[in-house]
Design a binder for this molecule. Structure first.
Ligand code: HAM
Length: 432
């Protein structure tokens, strides 16, 4: 009796990336990397494990306590598998705060783990592009980050019919809620948590939670009315708010630069993470089947200050996940045919010395043409069948006759046509 076999399935919420999946991921991350480098961002990286406390401090209860994979290591340390990059990058900036030149612009492409219920757009392991600017508290850096975010979708051919950037400002939000609910910063924080979940919980529960925080019917109705107000109407409620000035400047610049068609003011955008202090935004896919935020970000003033006695280095940035991006690209038909690279199989016959074939292989590779050689001894037909199945575009055939004549046959496996090519012109045939 055979022993039971182990499962071949990856853990729930995680994915295996077979070569065709990697081709897709490398393609979209490759394009994003290129675009970010053009926008003068530099790549950094950090560890997969961090002390739990760096999330517990500022990321918020939901992420740090409910969604993070936490464990105690053999040395008794409380660790987390990173659920996000922002605390790590803030730590790295803090560690070199006296050497770095600000404003600095960094990006990373990393994987993260969150213990969430797997569903469309949400998995337990996902990749994120993070792009952040540190050391400028001007609205200009907020504008730059939002325009970079828009650009990252436009490079794939996306237009304003496909996505929308919803923008708000935590300072303005806080000032407006404080004035409506007549409460202080702590009160605003508690109320924001409830408001942030208003789409996810029943109306009765939402109202009950607000009542428990001391709000009456009049305040709850007033809060409801905020969501349909224009930016100008909201600003008129708290004209002296620093957030009102920031948001006003930001929208004026978006308008002046032609980017406002991608953007909308949305008082409902708060963002779940605690560390945001100013501009916050989320990018939504307009396709109804992808109804959650595709990516999001914002400004955070106090994260670097968790690690060093400095409160002058503010950051602003976003995290863009691969799962939601892939859904977006698929839904809007923005993925081109990703085949297309030349791949050559050098076939072989037993009566020609093996090293004659390895010489062709080396020549191809030296010329920058991807190539491999057939292992073992099989009929030519079998070798060509393997070549086609393995994704080769061409096969090189050289029997004793061709060898003596200083030529090879190159078979195009798409058209099945064969051409006799001089040995010295093989690379030329492939345009090299
Ligand atoms: P976040 O909103 O938690 O922000 O995540 C940003 C994006 O990461 C989401 O919009 C989504 O694309 C992706 N994402 C998050 N969780 C999952 C999941 N379970 N499965 C698939 N994709 C997911 C942050 O993480 C901030 N640290 C971003 C940031 C950078 N803010 C400033 N700089």
């Amino acid at each position: 009796m055979s022993t039971p076999k182990l499962s071949t399935r990856p853990l729930k919420g995680t994915r295996d990336f077979y070569p065709e999946d990697m081709r897709l991921r490398n393609w979209f991350f490759g394009k994003i990397r290129e675009a970010l480098e053009l926008c003068a961002f530099e790549e950094y990286n950090g560890p997969m494990l961090e002390p739990l406390e760096i999330y517990a401090a500022k990321s918020g209860v939901e992420l740090a306590s409910e969604q993070t994979y936490n464990f105690t290591d053999r040395g008794g340390r409380e660790l987390s598998i990173r659920p996000e990059m922002t605390p790590t990058v803030a730590r790295m900036v803090a560690a070199r705060i006296n050497e770095l030149t600000f404003p600095l612009r960094w990006y990373s492409v990393q994987n993260f783990y969150r213990y969430e219920r797997p569903q469309r757009g949400r998995l337990r392991e996902f990749w994120q592009i993070n792009a952040d600017i540190f050391g400028s508290d001007s609205y200009e850096a907020d504008f730059e980050i939002i325009s970079v975010a828009i650009n990252l979708l436009r490079i794939f051919g996306a237009d304003e019919s496909m996505f929308r950037v919803h923008i708000n400002n935590r300072r303005l939000f806080g000032d407006v809620i404080a004035s409506v609910a007549k409460t202080d910063a702590e009160g605003v924080k508690a109320i924001s948590k409830v408001i942030d979940r208003r789409e996810k919980i029943e109306r009765v529960e939402y109202e009950n939670e607000l009542r428990m925080l001391g709000l009456g019917d009049a305040e709850i109705t007033k809060i409801d009315s905020l969501y349909s107000m224009s930016l100008d109407e909201i600003i008129s409620l708290c004209p002296d708010s620093k957030g009102a000035a920031e948001l006003g400047e930001l929208f004026r610049t978006l308008e002046a630069t032609g980017l406002s068609k991608y953007c909308v003011f949305d008082f409902g955008i708060i963002r779940g993470l605690d560390y945001y202090t100013g501009t916050v935004f989320e990018v939504f896919d307009l396709a109804p089947e992808n109804n959650r935020a595709m990516f999001g970000g914002g400004r955070y003033d106090n994260l670097v200050g968790l690690f060093v006695e400095r409160n002058d280095i503010s950051g602003v940035g976003f995290g863009l996940g691969d799962v939601t991006l892939e859904n977006f690209l698929r839904t809007h038909n923005l993925i081109p045919d990703l085949g297309g690279r030349t791949l050559v199989l050098v076939t072989r016959f037993d009566d020609v010395p093996y090293e004659k074939y390895t010489a062709i292989l080396s020549n191809l590779r030296n010329a920058g043409i991807a190539a491999m050689i057939f292992f073992g001894s099989k009929k030519l037909g079998k070798q060509l069948e393997y070549a086609s199945k393995a994704g080769c575009t061409h096969a090189i055939i050289m029997g004793a006759g061709e060898l003596a004549g200083g030529v090879v046959k190159i078979k195009d496996l798409g058209t099945r046509e064969e051409q006799v090519v001089e040995y010295s012109r093989i690379a030329k045939y492939f345009g090299k």
